[in-house]
Design a protein around this ligand. Sequence first.
Ligand code: SF4
Ligand code: SF4
Length: 351
Amino acid sequence: MKKLAEYKDKIHTCSKCGLCQSVCPVYKATGNDCTVSRGLFIMLRGLIKGDLKMSAKINRYLDLCLKCGACSKFCPSEIDVVDIIVSAKAEYFNKHPFEKLISFIQRVFIFGIGVKLLGLFSKNIKGKEFEKKVIYFGGCGNKLKGNEAVVKLLNSCSIQVITPDFECCGIPFLMRGDVENFNKYKKSFLKILNKQGVKEIVTTCASCEKTLKDYIKDTPEMSDIRVKNIYEYIRENNLKLKLKAPQRVTFHKPCNINNFEDIEWILNNTENLEYTQMEGYDECCGLNGLSKIKEYKIMSKIFRAKHNNIINSRAKIVLTSCLGCETALSLYSTGKYRVFDFAEFLRKNCC
Ligand code: SF4
Ligand code: SF4
């Protein structure tokens, strides 16, 4: 991860065109330019020049950013906004012991003891052996739910699944600017992976997938490792599935999915599955805003927009492919619909 000052030239390429405003969920909720990349970059430029000092107020704006990357996809200057915001967050994090205390609690109690306790009854199965082998990186989702969905779906494609005991991918820490803990997770991943001797990794979670791809991009000796999600394998192998009974579903596309066409192919080719695309299916669910209790007024606008789009789709089942999105959508569903990981849903409902 680069230091904020190293992004100086990239930040200068922002032409202030304001296109990012049209897609930023936080800007749409606030109308405040300080909450979107254009305004954030003006602040960050001030920090780099020394005209401004990092403060709780600037950190508040960095925190309000959901790190969804929607603005980057629109940005004519092709600025990777999330990388820059995270490096600014790291500057704040490193100077504030309270942030480190939160990380400690997160690491020990939430992603450590919490995930272990919640996953006490999940189990991993071995599945069948095939010539083609892949490693399953399930991160926290694997600890909570086990690997049955992945093993059964991939075995149907004549692929054997190996499930080492990986930890979290570390993305929740990186988003808070905690580069030290993120690097610990990355190191643990590489150590476990090196023992396996298998060059393909499968994930079901879009955020894990993006993080692993970033690990590998930054680690030249791992350049022969490939990371794919399970939906690519299903489509490649033309695996046609059938639900036991007809079901109407909608799908929330996580920000980090970059092969949604594979997911759409399965949605449209599974017998008894009626897929209806909700409005704003690809807009951020607001996951990073869940913990921001003080910003409830702003965040609730983002949650409500997604919630209303789901209700208007008239589907009672929402599918997704990111543990974070699944958690956020379930929390604000208020019992009006049920939310499932797509692979888990297929495992439970296919003949
Ligand atoms: S879209 Fe890109 S170039 Fe335009 S204002 Fe936003 S960050 Fe700057
Ligand atoms: S990453 Fe998302 S929330 Fe942050 S500025 Fe860009 S569009 Fe807005």
